[in-house]
Design a protein around this ligand. Structure first.
Ligand code: PLP
Length: 393
């Protein structure tokens, strides 16, 4: 393509698309795609294959001829199972008829929530570092993404007081994602109760991305909607990708009071219609019989978590103990390299892929994200390579 063709094409791009960055994670996926012998701690997904009985349920549904759209809300029996699941775990009650939509993962749910809530110029508050899709979803909805710093010294937890200082008359909602990608931080019930109080006082909606809710180590997960008075102002996002090893099936959920849910439904019905039908059957089976698998995954992630944190500390990298999800987020400042230089040189010299923390916001600068949803022997080998690399610097 000639330059004038590129310039001509660019004239057609919307300002919104030009305003959002490409994912810093994808850049690393592309770099490692054709690299032999590379150990990837980059991708944020379980290494486990989806349990056989979930897959069988999907195939059985297809063989029965269940190959049509489902209700826009999703399969009724799946919505009932999601409602029962949330009631069992957190005592929060959603009406499967008009308070739950089955979505194409939390990814779609994030897009629905931001588009249903934000007008141009409305502000969405989120702790920094943040998951890479949060800013683009906000900006594509026309909103302004306002970040609130969090720090390793405070276990990367956000305080209600810090959130409050960032509130303006344009603030409409707070977006929380705990357990956190990329830091592994988890909030206590007390932390969240203070934010609940703030949301009620300042009349804000809370979008709570709880995709890692089951992967919490040592701190009992609190569902934001279960806090007193919060169901009415919470948009709860959850899904199957992480706790059931189902990333490729693309299925999740959004739960909200019926008025907010209907606003999101207006978007979902036109852009998606319904989540893939076979995936919904697999998800239903996951809720019916998946608990033992989830428990097995969590126990294994916890063992890997301890392995990687101890290994990184031995190497001399200051590493906060992650309390949830499956990421370690060591500081690489002591090496004298920036997070980007560290990630690029580690990949180049030792073939270990990690993600520079600055891909997740300013407060991620100086850190790298390492996903430990990777078999233990590979984590051990990666730690050896990282140790060698750091000692050479
Ligand atoms: N939210 C967070 C915090 C994530 O880490 C991810 C995936 O990495 C998602 C949402 C998207 O998940 P899904 O596969 O359900 O679209």
């Amino acid at each position: 393509m000639t330059e004038s063709q590129i310039a001509h094409k660019r004239r057609h791009f919307s300002q919104k698309v030009q305003d959002i960055p490409s994912s810093g994670i994808r850049h690393f996926f592309e770099l490692i795609a054709n690299m032999d012998g590379c150990i990837s701690l980059g991708v944020g997904e379980p290494d486990f294959v989806t349990p056989e009985q979930f897959t069988r349920a999907a195939f059985d549904s297809v063989r029965r001829g269940e190959t049509h759209y489902t209700s826009n809300y999703g399969l009724p029996q799946l919505r009932e199972a999601i409602a029962a699941h949330l009631d069992r775990l957190y005592g929060v009650r959603y009406d499967p008829r008009n308070e739950i939509i089955v979505t194409i993962g939390v990814s779609e749910a994030l897009l629905l929530a931001t588009h249903a809530l934000l007008d141009p110029g409305d502000e969405l508050l989120a702790p920094d570092p943040y998951y890479v899709a949060y800013l683009p979803c906000c900006v594509l909805a026309g909103g302004k993404f306002v970040t609130v710093p969090t720090h390793m010294e405070n276990d990367f937890r956000v305080s209600a007081a810090d959130l409050e200082t960032a509130i303006t008359p344009r603030t409409k909602a707070i977006l929380l994602g705990y357990p956190s990608n990329p830091t592994g931080a988890q909030m206590t019930r007390e932390d969240l109760a203070e934010i609940a109080d703030l949301a009620a006082r300042r009349d804000l909606v809370v979008i709570s991305d709880e995709i890692y809710d089951r992967l919490s180590y040592g701190i009992e997960h609190t569902c934001f909607a279960s806090l007193p008075g919060m169901k009415e102002r919470t948009v709860l996002l959850g899904g199957f990708s992480k706790a059931y090893a189902m990333t490729g099936w693309r299925v999740g959920w959004v739960c909200a009071p019926s008025d907010i849910l209907e606003a999101m439904m207006k978007i979902h019905q036109y852009i998606v219609m319904s989540a893939p039908t076979p995936s919904q059957y697999a998800a239903l089976e996951a809720l019916r019989s998946g608990e033992e698998h989830t428990q097995r995954f969590v126990a294994e992630f916890d063992a890997r978590r301890r392995l990687i944190v101890a290994g990184l500390r031995d190497i001399g990298l200051t590493t906060f103990e992650p309390k949830g999800a499956f990421y370690a987020f060591p500081s690489v400042r002591s090496t004298g390299l920036s997070d980007m230089e560290f990630a690029e040189r580690l990949l180049d010299e030792e073939k270990v892929a990690v993600i520079p923390g600055s891909a997740f916001g300013e407060c991620g600068r100086g850190h790298v994200r390492m996903c430990y949803a990777t078999p233990q022997p590979l984590i051990e080998e990666a730690l050896e390579r990282i140790g060698r690399f750091v000692r050479r610097l």
